[in-house]
Write a protein of this length. Structure first.
Ligand code: FMN
Length: 186
């Protein structure tokens, strides 16, 4: 299927509502991925996101080795993959291969795109603060694409179809319920 490409200054709309993402990385040999709940847009142009990633994770080490990643957007259909990736470390070998999590090459970065997701933001690391500085990893978007139909004609994520995972803590997630449209006051 032909993917829909998103204008970089609009790709914040994939993550503006706070879904948990799967961040895929590479150490130059094997791919890896882990769920990150703590991710937020911080700029439109250049499009940038901040992610809180523990330096204890293989993911952090991978970002030091290959400063690129993909922010993969999973939905409730990928809950199994999210839980596997979030409860094992890539240090124990290729987590994706072990769990049979399918992926395919990205267009501009070395880490792969995960097939179980509905949108993919390929990015490069622009700031990887030392862990003791206790601040987020900042990434800049290179390309953003989604499955056809994931966005409404008005250009918003169609959360009636794309049921993203919103982490409540532990093993619990909320799913998007409804949308409302505000009226701009005169
Ligand atoms: C739903 C969910 C959300 C998570 N969010 C974060 C997060 O925002 N930041 C973080 O550092 N770890 C987070 N984790 C933990 C990592 O995903 C987990 O420790 C993972 O196994 C690390 O894998 P790695 O060592 O292969 O990088 C989360 C885990 C789950 C299950």
């Amino acid at each position: 299927v032909e993917l829909q490409s998103l204008a970089l200054d609009r790709c914040y709309r994939l993550l503006n509502h706070g879904p948990t993402i799967l961040v895929s990385t590479s150490d130059g040999r094997a791919p890896n991925a882990c769920p990150i709940a703590w991710c937020m847009p911080i700029d439109f142009d250049p499009a940038r996101f901040a992610l809180v990633i523990s330096d204890a994770h293989k993911t952090y080490e991978n970002l030091q080795l290959v400063p690129e990643c993909v922010l993969n957007l999973p939905t409730v259909e990928a809950l199994r993959e999210v839980m596997i990736c979030g409860n094992e470390s890539g240090r124990g070998g290729d987590k994706l291969a072990r769990a049979g999590i399918a992926h395919h090459p990205s267009t501009l970065v070395r880490p792969p795109r995960l097939d179980c997701c509905v949108a993919w933001i390929e990015a490069r690391v622009v700031a990887l603060p030392a862990a003791e500085q206790d601040f987020a990893v900042v990434v800049e978007v290179l390309v953003a694409e989604c499955r056809p139909g994931a966005m409404t004609p008005e250009g918003f994520l169609d959360v009636e179809k794309v049921r993203t995972l919103h982490h409540l803590g532990g093993n619990r997630f909320a799913l998007p319920g409804a949308t409302v449209t505000g009226v701009t006051p005169e």
